[in-house]
Ligand binder design. Sequence first.
Ligand code: HEM
Ligand code: HEM
Length: 215
Amino acid sequence: MNLVAIIEWAEGYNRRGLYSPIGVTFHWVMAAMMIVQLGYGWYLGTLPVGGDKHVGYQTHAELGLTIMAFGSLRFLWRSQISGPENIEPDSFAGRASRLIQAWFYFGFIALPISGWVMWSTLPGNLPLSVAGFIPFPNLPFDQLSEQLQHSLMEGAATAHFWIVWITVLAIPGHAGAAVLHYLVKRDQVLQSMLDLNGQQVPGVVGSAPSTGRES
Ligand code: HEM
Ligand code: HEM
């Protein structure tokens, strides 16, 4: 199967109002990683300073770098296959959902980068890797003055903190909106991220998008 055939296959799902199995897998694997990572980051913050905390942040950093790697692949995928159009793009709901989704993509990259800056100013030289096996370097901050390192740490910690908080508020808004679509509007917005088989409507090139009521 070449790339064009894969894109055509995925667009078949989009025309039926669904995300493709690749889009669905990206979504739920990354949603789970983000929720675990947010909880784990907070848990680490409650530990007393010391070896366990430092090793814990190493795991946190490696999971975060994995999120960044997956997020970049997902962004590439998404730039080729935009997903189904189940919400009127110019409506308030359409704009709000696009804004929140764009924020999540920003977070997949900006959280790891700000975390990496923080990590690189910390004393100790525990190695980092992506997903436990692709080595990832520290930034060469040990060559900078202590004052500059301190400012970098402060700036990155503030950025990390605020991006964490906005993301934590955005997630229930995003998930809640999907559930409201299912319960109140009774459209297929939520279904589009859950249904791996698709409706019994063929995804033919040029066919009208599904309304979700065909089957
Ligand atoms: C998507 C990925 C990430 C998420 C969701 C995330 C989440 C969090 C959370 C919830 C906290 C505790 C609250 C806070 O201090 O802001 C935290 C702290 C921290 N994270 Fe991350 N993080 C991510 C990626 C990373 C990466 C890749 C690194 C390092 C390479 C990292 C390093 C740190 C450090 C050093 C702290 C302690 C901050 C402090 O004590 O001020 N994080 N993170
Ligand atoms: C936990 C409950 C969640 C539910 C019920 C849910 C549901 C959905 C649904 C139904 C869509 C499709 C919306 C549309 O097409 O307009 C979607 C898209 C999306 N969701 Fe979630 N979601 C959840 C959690 C998350 C989390 C934790 C993240 C990341 C922090 C996330 C990131 C995204 C992104 C980036 C998209 C855009 C789709 C794409 O890039 O292909 N979701 N979600």
